[in-house]
Design a protein around this ligand. Structure first.
Ligand code: OGA
Ligand code: NI
Length: 375
């Protein structure tokens, strides 16, 4: 394991980055393993390059951070059946078009289930290292796996985050594939978050002026994966990131974050906090929904800051047909195109999209640019 003292000022003449990454990967203990070993300084491969840090401040020179430019919209889904639907659709349209992120409350998932799945994610990540190592993998086709930094070997720097990844649908996952400590809660949350996903796709369809079932009929809600993230307390949070800025490679993400905070979105040239709201879920538009909505909905950059405070837990539900061998292609929805608003993207297969996104890693660029039609 990388020692505490030789970390980040290792002699550049002898530093072998690949060897260090491999050693970290082979430990199968993730970032939590490093944190538990008591490192006081970060291994060098976690350090953000200076140009990344400089890009945090758009203005000239150091100075106080600019005040937040907006508050992330909070949308109440509690009265959809009682006449509140048109107002909710209007708010979803406004948020998805302008911000790409919103929070939902009164969404129907009981607080006990939210707390339960966060606790289950924590219980998994806090299993004895030797038990957890059994789940560690980078195999593309595995439905349940624990990985630290899916793009470890491609990215500019590693993130201070570990993830347990589970493909829950469309083919039902055999619960026995899930680690026993989180099995029941993951299955329960999966069922409930899928139902909420359906509701959101209906509202988003209506927001585009389409029939409520349009996006569901396009199979946008057909598959989903759960990602239980664990961000240990970090000894040098200013030098790395919990999650590098990225947009999501799916149709839609429903994110459950705990009370710690650190999630930010990039809005009008500023990083804006997505504050934890008790009982709420964060919803964001993914790249594929931006593509099929022909840029009406925005898939925006977001990131998670590392922190001295931790662990921070979050559970992301990605609506996508990740490992499913669908041959369906996706392009801008014909019904929303016009002479003034022609298609901005070509038709793509999901495989093509995921292959490109993964080959790129979280490098701070948008995968969508690659599929955009020339003007
Ligand atoms: C993601 C993501 C944010 C978080 O999983 O894509 O952005 O708060 N997660 O963990
Ligand atoms: Ni994300």
């Amino acid at each position: 394991m990388v020692g505490a003292d030789d970390a980040h000022d290792a002699d550049p003449a002898t530093y072998d980055r690949h060897r260090e990454l491999k050693r970290f990967d082979d430990s199968k203990a993730g970032v939590k393993g490093l944190a538990d070993s008591g490192v006081a300084r970060l291994p060098r491969f976690f350090l953000r390059p200076p140009e990344d840090i400089a890009a945090d401040r758009p203005g000239p020179g150091p100075g106080p951070a600019a005040p937040a430019a907006l508050e992330i919209p909070v949308i109440d889904l509690g009265s959809l059946a009682a006449g509140g639907r048109p107002a909710a659709v209007a708010r979803v349209l406004e948020a998805a078009r302008e911000v790409g992120f919103f929070q939902v409350v009164n969404h129907g998932i009981p607080e006990g289930v939210l707390a339960g799945v966060l606790a289950a994610g924590r219980a998994f990540h806090e299993l004895p290292a030797e038990v957890k190592a059994g789940y560690y993998s980078r195999e593309a086709g595995r439905r349940v796996k624990f990985t630290s930094n899916f793009d470890l070997y491609e990215s500019k720097h590693a993130n201070w985050r570990d993830t347990m990844f589970c493909v829950m649908g469309p083919e039902p996952l055999d619960p026995l594939e899930l680690p026993p400590v989180c099995r029941d809660m993951m299955m329960e949350y999966s069922k409930q978050v899928k139902a909420l996903g359906n509701t959101l796709f209906e509202l988003l369809s209506e927001a585009l002026g389409l029939k409520p079932d349009h996006l569901v009929k396009m199979d946008c809600a057909k598959g989903h994966a759960l990602l239980c993230h664990y961000y240990p307390a970090c000894p040098e949070p200013d030098l790395t990131m919990g999650t590098t800025k990225h947009s999501d490679p799916d149709f839609l993400t429903i994110l459950l974050q705990d009370h710690i905070g650190g999630l930010q979105i990039y809005y009008r040239d500023q990083w804006v906090d997505v504050p934890p709201v008790a009982g709420a879920l964060v919803v964001n538009i993914g790249d594929l929904l931006q593509l099929i909505s022909n840029d009406i909905f925005k898939s925006v950059w977001h990131r998670v800051l590392a922190s001295h405070v931790g662990p921070r837990l979050s559970v992301a539900c990605f609506f996508t047909l990740h490992l499913y061998p669908t041959t369906r292609t996706y392009g801008p929805i014909k019904e929303i195109l016009s002479e003034d608003g022609p298609a901005l993207y070509r038709e793509i297969s999901l495989r093509e999209f995921v292959t490109y996104y993964d080959s790129k890693g979280l490098d701070g660029t948008s995968a969508l640019t690659h599929f955009r039609l020339a003007k």
